[in-house]
Design a binder for this molecule. Sequence first.
Ligand code: UDP
Ligand code: MG
Length: 312
Amino acid sequence: MSAAPRLSLAIPVYNEREVLPELLSRVRGALDKVPGGPHEIVLVDDGSSDGTVEMLEAAAREDPRIVAVCLSRNFGHQMALTAAFDHVTGDVVVAMDGDLQDPPEVIPQLLAKHAEGYDVVYVRRGQRQESWRLRLAYALFYRLVAALSDLRLPLDSGDFALLSRRVVDAMRQAPERQRYLRGLRTWAGFRQTGITVDRPARHAGRSKYTPLKLLKLAADGIFAFSIYPLRLALVLGAVAIAASLVYAVYAVVGRFLFDTTPQGFTTLVVAIIFSSGVQLVLLGVVGEYVGRIYEEVKGRPHYIVGKIVRGK
Ligand code: UDP
Ligand code: MG
C-alpha cells in the first residue's frame, strides 16, 4: 500500500440543486488537504429534474477532478451509488451522501484508519437530527436486520464509509439487483472497523427518501441477507399443527370419558379466520422471495448511463 493512495469520492445526487454549490466547495476543500493524488470526485446524477444535471456538467467541465455520470432516469440511491462504484478509479473510495449529512471533513479520519491497515472504515451514526419517530425507526431497523442476518452487520452505520479498491471490486462482483450496499460491504470481508460521527441535518432541501423508498430499503436489507422469514413460516406452521393435535386429543378424551363436546361457534369462526390469515401472510412471505427471484432472473442492467462528463 502506497503512503498516499489516490482517493475517489462516490456521491449520488438526486434533485440537490440547493445543496450542490456548498457540497462541491466543501468536498473540494476537503480533498485539497489530502496528500497524494490526483484525487477524483465521481458524482452520479440519479435522473434529477431540477437543474442539478446542468450544474454538475458545468462543474465537471471546469474541474478536472470532477466526473459527472448522468443516469437516464431515477434508479434510486443504491443503484446510483452502484453506478458510482463502477466509475471510480482510485485506490480508495469514500462513499457519501450528497446532502452534506456525511461531512467531508471526516475524510482524513477515515484515511488515518485506512493507513492502519483497514480495508473498510464505516461511520457509525452518533447523534442524529431527525424526528424521534424516525430515529426510533432507524434504531429498530438496524437491530432487526442485524438480528435476522447471518452476517455480523454493524449497527447504526449507513453507506458513508471508506472502502479499499479490493472491497469495491468484491462488491461489484455481486450481480444482485436488490442491492443493500452496506450489507454487501460487510459481506466483502477483509479488515473492517468503524468510527463514530454525529450526523448533522441535511444542508438544504428535503429528504429524497420517501417513506415507501425507506421501506423498500428495509425490505432489501432483510430479504437480501436472511431467509429467516421463510423459516418462521415453517416454525409457525409446526406450532399450529402441534396446537391442533393437543386440542384434538382433549376433544376426543372429553367425548369418550366425560361425554362432553366442546362448544362454540364464535371460537370456530375466529380460529378459521385466524389460521387463514396466518396462511395468507406466510404465502406473502414466500411470494416476496419468489418476486425477488423473478427480478433477479430477468438479469436487466442495474442502471442506464445517459452521459458521462469529465473535466479536461
Ligand atoms: N438519492 C439518490 N436517488 C434517490 C434518492 C436519494 O441518488 O432516489 C441521493 C440523495 O440525493 C442524497 C442521498 O441519496 O445524496 C441520500 O438521500 P437523502 O438525503 O434524501 O436520504 P436521507 O438522508 O433522508 O435518508
Ligand atoms: Mg440525507
